[in-house]
Design a protein around this ligand. Structure first.
Ligand code: NAP
Length: 474
């Protein structure tokens, strides 16, 4: 967002960051085995293509380095107030008054939230967890001071994170016990290393990067139909996952690893390594429920004590917080808590009625299921920049979507949800508290098009306290 603003000549930008470094998820997650299961040549900014990614799915450290490098190249660090948390903001006299943890208040014309989705670790409520004698940490708070070589490690959780950690530890830890509450469908995908020649070719011909990016974008958009509509694509991906499961030799283990819901209902896990890892002699799948934790380890419902040195919690995140606990107060004193009492709702994933000149990146219902978040962020940033440009040309003082347009959009999404694979009967972080998926129920290209051409009739545009008149809106 900041780079797009800079490129448009807007330089009066402040970025608030409560941590002391850039990188978001790639700063917070450093667990063994971490990589991104979206191809690196697609998981990057179109304005900062990296020709020499090491692998098809590059490791987390390399991705963090990439984002840090982009921040440096574009001179963003000097605009960032590190160690500064935004506590709240109020919309007063067409400006946002932003309160920060350093006790300061700043006034801004536009407020944009880019706080991520998978940000607040979710800790499991397991009796006795505090009494454990060894180390316990969440996957997003990995304690690298804890030596793991030769140790007995528990991994609780079988999502993308748990699977990557088990793969990352299988060859170093003495033993790994993976505690599974629900089995996961696993889609195999080889993670090849890029040859020196491939990197040189991409360096020499930047058009190749663009071409590869576009090819992935089209491919992902094509297969996204499997997520949002029943049909042959969904059946094909399901068949690949089932065939992959058949590579597990031991029938009992295979049964234990067989999910009782449709492939892709939970976020699809991509790994060519997991089934090999779980079949290693030093790796065990524990399917018995966790009863409690005691100082020596985890006791399962069958009374067995699994003695351990380390417990890694790959138990996911609170994906519904968005920018909260930040307190936002929009026009006429409406608060975010009020606006979202039935769950996070936005217009076109980026804006909220009653909260003028406020926008979100990765807001509610963004198309985040197995897609590149950099691509979504770029589309949303372009859209937000469009509004700021209209504001710069004096078309209005404040803009917010109308309640009616937001309600209609949310009703359309709700009507489309039953066709999606996420609504076929499983639990996942995709579901809101009403049990409905909080994802984009159409293909990502529809999201791109909707943002590219906003319908001005769906917005409350005001000049001072007056509705902007027709000629002011072009
Ligand atoms: P997650 O998908 O929410 O999985 C959490 C796991 O913890 C689930 O297996 C859940 O079981 C289990 N769990 C939670 N509480 C538990 C409890 N009290 N006892 C036992 N098990 C418990 O979290 P995640 O694996 O961290 O992944 C979150 C998302 O991050 C992914 O879906 C993906 O979008 C993203 N991610 C992406 C990548 C990538 O490579 N791009 C890598 C990692 C993560 P149930 O299924 O039974 O609830």
């Amino acid at each position: 967002m900041a780079i797009k603003l800079q490129q448009a000549g807007i330089t009066d930008i402040t970025i608030y960051e409560k941590a002391d470094d850039v990188g978001g998820t790639w700063r917070d997650n450093t667990y063994p085995g971490l990589s991104c299961d979206i191809p690196s040549r697609f998981y990057q900014y179109t304005f900062a293509m990296k020709p020499d990614w090491s692998r098809f799915f590059s490791p987390g450290g390399e991705i963090h380095e990439y984002f840090s490098g982009v921040a440096d190249t574009h001179g963003l660090r000097e605009r960032i107030r590190f160690g500064t948390e935004v506590l709240g903001a109020e919309f007063v006299d067409d400006r946002w008054r932003v309160r920060t943890s350093d006790g300061r208040t700043s006034e801004v014309d536009f407020l944009i939230s880019a706080t991520g989705i998978l940000h607040h670790p979710r800790y499991p409520d397991i009796e006795g967890l505090d009494s454990f004698g060894g180390a316990v940490f969440h996957s997003a708070r990995w304690d690298h001071d804890v030596e793991l070589a030769g140790k007995r490690v528990a991994v609780i959780g079988t999502g993308s994170t748990g699977v990557q950690i088990v793969c990352g530890l299988a060859d170093t830890a003495g033993r790994v016990d993976m505690f599974q509450r629900s089995a996961q469908w696993i889609m195999p995908f080889p993670n090849q290393r890029y040859s020196r020649a491939a990197k040189a070719a991409h360096r020499r011909f930047p058009r190749l990067d663009e071409l590869t990016y576009r090819t992935y974008m089209k491919t992902f958009e094509f297969f996204a139909r499997a997520l949002v509509k029943p049909g042959w694509r969904r059946r094909l991906i399901g068949a690949i996952c089932r065939a992959n499961l058949r590579t597990v030799r031991d029938p009992e283990l295979r049964r234990a690893l067989t999910p009782d819901y449709q492939p892709m209902c939970k976020r699809l896990v991509i790994s060519s390594r997991f089934f090999r890892a779980i079949q290693q002699d030093n790796v065990e799948l524990v399917t018995e429920g966790i009863d409690h934790v005691e100082p020596r380890g985890i006791v399962t419902a069958d009374g067995v004590l699994h003695e351990l040195d380390v417990i890694a919690l790959a138990t996911g995140f609170d994906a519904h917080a968005f920018m909260r606990p930040m307190n936002l107060t929009g026009r006429d004193g409406v608060t975010l808590e009020d606006a979202w009492q039935d769950g996070p709702r936005a217009h076109l994933t980026v804006a909220l009625p009653g909260f003028p000149n406020f926008f979100m990146l990765m807001g509610p219902h963004s198309p985040v299921g197995n897609y590149s978040l950099t691509t979504i962020a770029e589309n949303q940033a372009e859209h937000i920049l469009g509004w700021i440009r209209r504001w710069q040309s004096d078309q209005f003082d404040s803009v917010a979507p109308t309640q009616q347009a937001t309600d209609t959009f949310n009703a359309e999404m709700r009507a489309a949800m039953p066709d999606t694979v996420w609504a076929t009967g499983c639990t996942s972080w995709y579901l809101g508290k009403d049990g409905n998926p909080e994802l984009w129920p159409w293909t990502p290209d529809k999201h791109r098009h909707a943002l590219a051409e906003p319908n001005l009739a769906e917005y409350d545009l005001r000049v001072g306290n007056r509705v902007a008149t027709e000629p002011a809106v072009r």
